[in-house]
Design a protein around this ligand. Structure first.
Ligand SMILES: [Zn+2]
Length: 138
């Protein structure tokens, strides 16, 4: 079962509120257990439109290097929907190329977080658990 730390969700929500009315986006990391997402790295959204996101390519590449260097796992991406539901838009489906990565959408309007896996426009919703406190890290 995929788990995510509550503090990671809270970190994303506060970032997403700062970015309103635009969508906020970034990378979700598993730093020590592939089933547990425990870090969020914001990536600037380079579109000036409010219904889509595009990663800043340079920051994205640098982030991937950082992930590799630290031997973290790139679990997936997350982005906000400021005024719509927490489901992928047709633009989202069109722009997604990583079927093995998790695809998280947080609706600021509905205060709802959903996770999906998207393969060639086929959307599969997944369950997750929110972990309130990280246990002792070694
Ligand atoms: Zn979207």
């Amino acid at each position: 079962m995929i788990s995510i730390l509550k503090e990671t969700i809270d970190q994303f929500i506060s970032y997403a509120r700062e970015q309103e009315p635009n969508e906020a986006c970034g990378i979700l990391i598993s730093s020590w257990n592939q089933e547990l997402i425990d870090n969020f790295i914001p990536i600037p959204n380079t579109t000036n439109q409010r219904d889509r996101f595009e990663f800043d390519a340079k920051v994205f590449i640098l982030t991937l290097y950082q992930i590799e260097e630290k031997q973290w796992c790139w679990h997936g991406v997350i982005h906000s929907h400021p005024t719509s539901s927490a489901y992928p838009s047709s633009i989202d489906l069109h722009n997604w190329y990583y079927p093995e990565k998790s695809y998280w959408i947080y609706s600021l309007r509905d205060n709802r977080l959903n996770i999906f896996y998207i393969d060639k426009h086929k959307v599969r919703q997944h369950d997750y658990i929110i972990i309130n406190k990280p246990w002792q890290r070694k």
